[in-house]
Design a protein around this ligand. Sequence first.
Ligand SMILES: Nc1ncnc2c1ncn2[C@@H]1O[C@H](COP(=O)(O)OP(=O)(O)OP(=O)(O)O)[C@@H](O)[C@H]1O
Ligand SMILES: [Mg+2]
Length: 267
Amino acid sequence: MIETKTISIANQKGGVGKTTTAVNLAACLGDAGYKVLVIDLDPQANATSGLGIVQQQGTSLYSALLNAGDITPLIQKTVAENVDIIPSEVDLAGSEIDIARTDDYLHCFRKAVAPVAQSGIYSFIVIDCPPSLGILTMNAVTASDSLIVPMQCEYYALEGLSVITRLISQIRDSGANPKLELEGILMTMFDGRTNLAQEVVKEVKEHFPDKVYETMIPRNIRLSEAPSFGKPVIMHDRNSVGAKAYLHFTAEFLTRTGIPTDCVTVP
Ligand SMILES: Nc1ncnc2c1ncn2[C@@H]1O[C@H](COP(=O)(O)OP(=O)(O)OP(=O)(O)O)[C@@H](O)[C@H]1O
Ligand SMILES: [Mg+2]
């Protein structure tokens, strides 16, 4: 039986490419033959619609989070090969308050997802987090092996990162999740023509020398339009710069985790 690796895609800043990364990493892993479960933990439900699923009340993790109920009935197939999802819906926003009232408020997500994570059905569970470090994100991170932080190349990028690394230390040190790691930092919407972008990458690399992925995701129109077709970019335009970037990133991610990458085909 395989061991499932659970990864949160997180950054408290909005619009940095979390959902784009969650959807496209999952699709590229699925394309390479790995079974992937995406869990959409953002009430905006962008990963849900980005994978071709229509938002529907009662289909999210909401009640399972509170009752540690069986989550298997919530799993749906997506348009992407080998990629399943537990969708989100607006109601999930209300769950933060309900979870906060429970005794074990950091572990609701872990308890609900544990049976599926331990079943070995999936090679990867990829969690798309909302743009905050609220209770939903904290729950996701507590249940994860590691975190991928997508980052836009802009001023204050490092300040934002230090907030996340502090959170990782806190969750590790508190004993809530001692094995939690920063998997890597992915620079998104990169524009190599600007000095700012290059300076930011240099600075982030100085502080996190082993953590920044060599692959950087450029700004690409195909990446931004694919969600409106309810498809990951490799299904929308496999030869686009954006698709190639996410395929490269997936190969690099697999290499770093020590998983063979010969099954990732970059066009
Ligand atoms: N590399 C890219 N090139 C062009 N557009 C992109 C790229 N990455 C993301 N976008 C677009 O930028 C917007 C924000 O991206 P995305 O939704 O992935 O960010 P997010 O961090 O999940 O946002 P939120 O914090 O609101 O959940 C979206 O419209 C998306 O299509
Ligand atoms: Mg998002």
